[in-house]
Write a protein that binds this ligand. Structure first.
Ligand code: NCD
Ligand code: ZN
Length: 372
């Protein structure tokens, strides 16, 4: 990494290895075509999330989806494909997808707790209970050295009582993650979009070559005040939900250390405005248009720009066992305004807002800019 400074010692630009985004929802169809070029411009590769509808559960689907993506990004982009852990995902499909189609991991979604999670695992206990399909899939992943990616949230406590949403991740970290680790000691695990103090503390003590986590820029930059200032802001709504200031500060402290088991995952998750400005707003926001720029902002705020390259460009590929990129990108300290919505074709008679995708920070400034 090269940090270029002005006479006051302030970093004005960063030249670094091209990053990897270890958590990205590219979606499919017309949306995929809008997203893919912005993704490939900023990132050399990344983990492609499988919660399309229908979800990615067969080797053929993995191969076809990978091809549809590469058609839009070009071959320089390295997609690390994933499959969706359902109660019936087939171990043979997992092995075949990993052999044939660069399938790097299986994603666990707790049923009902996030977008497109209807096919998710009904009972988290099946992750550590022999005889269930999810358990067998985890055994297979351990054998073929592929990663289990966790949406680390529990909906209910051990007595069956529904949890407060702010408690879903802490409960998972305390009660569920240790059981998965005990049952599958050789399994590589990535905890996705860590969002709480409890999660950060756990990772700091337990992270290693078999256990890591991704961090989003939104969880490093926002806290509950930003969601509720003057009323609830649907365009800042994610799963896991944004937590209080003390959680944000704890995550930033974890990110800035440059630990090898902590890496970048934008969780860019675009939805049409009709699904955001709705009675029940979908979680997920488009981040790809500023996918690396926003992390520069967060690391700058933490005085840790020197560690951005390890976090963004090295730790993720190292964990998943893929080559770091030999390309570089340049980021400049130069604020710009996110000016426009993105458009998709609208079906005849459909809500016109179903063709509008609103990027994060529309109408607001981003402090760092990617050089052309
Ligand atoms: C994601 C989506 O929209 O697919 N939403 C989100 O809020 N992050 C799903 C997910 O990653 O949980
Ligand atoms: Zn996600």
């Amino acid at each position: 990494v090269q940090l270029i400074k002005d006479t006051d010692g302030r970093v004005t630009s960063i030249v670094m290895r091209k990053p990897f985004d270890m958590h990205h929802h590219v979606r499919d169809g017309e949306m995929l075509k809008v997203i893919a070029p912005m993704l490939a411009r900023r990132f050399a590769g990344g983990i492609i999330m499988p919660n399309t509808s229908p979800p990615i559960v067969t080797a053929k689907q993995v191969g076809d989806y990978r091809k549809r993506l590469l058609d839009e990004t070009g071959e320089d982009f390295t997609p690390l494909m994933t499959m969706y852990l359902t109660d019936t995902l087939d171990c043979d499909e997992v092995m075949e997808a990993s052999k044939l189609h660069d399938m790097f991991g299986v994603k666990y979604y707790p049923r009902g707790l996030t977008t497109n999670s209807d096919s998710g695992v009904a009972d988290p206990a099946s992750l550590w209970t022999p005889g269930t399909r999810p358990y067998e899939v985890l055994q297979t992943l351990s054998r073929i050295r592929r990663t289990l990616l966790l949406h680390a949230a529990d909906g209910f406590d051990r007595t069956g009582k529904e949890l407060n949403p702010y408690e879903q991740e802490p409960h998972f970290i305390r009660e569920t993650l240790p059981r998965i680790k005990d049952a599958h000691p050789h399994l590589k695990i990535s905890v996705e979009h860590l969002s709480t103090i409890e999660g950060a503390d756990y990772m700091q003590s337990n992270g290693d070559a078999f256990l890591g986590c991704s961090l989003t820029s939104q969880h490093l930059l926002l806290d509950t005040r930003d969601l509720h200032r003057g009323g609830f802001n649907a365009h800042r709504s994610w799963f896991p939900i944004i937590q209080g200031e003390e959680h944000k500060e704890r995550l930033l402290a974890l990110a800035k250390k440059g630990l090898p088991f902590v890496w970048l995952g934008t969780d860019s998750a675009p939805h049409p405005v009709s699904d955001k400005e709705a009675a029940c707003c979908k979680g997920g926001v488009m981040m790809v248009h500023a996918g690396i720029e926003l992390y520069a902002e967060a690391f700058d705020k933490a005085g840790a720009l020197a560690n951005l390259e390890d976090f963004a460009s090295k730790n993720g590929p190292n964990f998943y066992g893929v080559q770091q990129s030999n390309d570089t990108i340049t980021l400049r300290r130069q604020s710009w305004t996110v000016l426009e919505n993105f458009s998709l074709p609208v079906a005849d008679g459909a809500d016109p807002r179903s063709g509008v995708v609103r990027p994060f920070r529309l109408g607001e400034q981003v402090e760092w800019q990617l050089a052309a």
